[in-house]
Design a protein around this ligand. Structure first.
Ligand SMILES: O=P(O)(O)OC[C@H]1O[C@H](OP(=O)(O)OP(=O)(O)O)[C@H](O)[C@@H]1O
Ligand SMILES: Nc1nc2[nH]cnc2c(=O)[nH]1
Ligand SMILES: [Mg+2]
Length: 175
């Protein structure tokens, strides 16, 4: 309707961009593993897909964990958060490894933002250790271990969502 402000998506609300390269992401995952190595050992890694798959692979490789399960949750359609949908739950086998409460299991995701996704998985596995590579202030209290905190108004761009492209010189008006 004329005169009404258009609804902003999460990325527009965030404003600041924080692009992460593959190299940087790998380094940050390794740094995360150094911290997790003090906390483990873990019987299995539970990746929150899809964003948790890449860090879970790197962390599991470094920690020598061979059992990896997924909990498949969708909430953002690109940058708009909707209702959380659990598309696949944690397997019975992984549940049993964690004694039904997640003890000795490591949940991995790429980031926490509002904390909604993390909260839901924590409810499924209350005794598990929850690690993310990046954390925003709203979600941070849910995470046991993370590497880098970014402000709530930052949008993180992951290497699997981005591509190299031409950037005009500053003098031509580039931000
Ligand atoms: O703390 P929250 O506000 O819940 O946001 C964090 C979640 O959002 C992203 O997942 P997304 O739902 O975009 O799905 P994807 O991992 O498949 O990209 C990210 O990978 C986290 O899982
Ligand atoms: N890529 C990306 N996905 C998100 N989902 C929730 N917050 C973010 C973010 O900052 N970046
Ligand atoms: Mg995700």
């Amino acid at each position: 309707m004329a005169g009404e402000a258009p609804e902003l998506n999460a990325q527009e609300k965030a404003g600041k961009a924080f692009p992460v390269s593959w190299d940087q992401f790998h380094r940050d995952c390794r740094a995360l593993t150094w911290r997790l190595n003090e906390v483990g050992p873990f019987h299995a890694v539970i990746a929150i897909t899809r964003g948790g798959l890449v860090p879970a692979a790197i962390v599991a490789r470094e920690l020598g964990v061979r059992v990896i399960d997924t909990v498949c949750i969708a909430s953002y359609d690109h940058d708009k958060q909707g209702e959380l949908q659990v598309l696949k739950g944690i397997s019975e086998q992984a549940m049993n490894l964690g004694g039904g409460t997640g003890k000795g299991l490591l949940i991995v995701d790429d980031l926490v933002d509002t904390g909604k996704t993390g909260r839901l998985v924590r409810e499924m596995l209350p005794d598990a250790h929850f690690a993310t590579v990046y954390a925003k202030p709203k979600g941070r209290p849910l995470v046991d271990t993370f590497i880098t905190e970014v402000s709530q108004d930052t949008w993180i761009f992951f290497p699997w969502d981005t591509a190299l492209s031409y950037h005009p010189p500053l003098r031509d008006g580039a931000a």
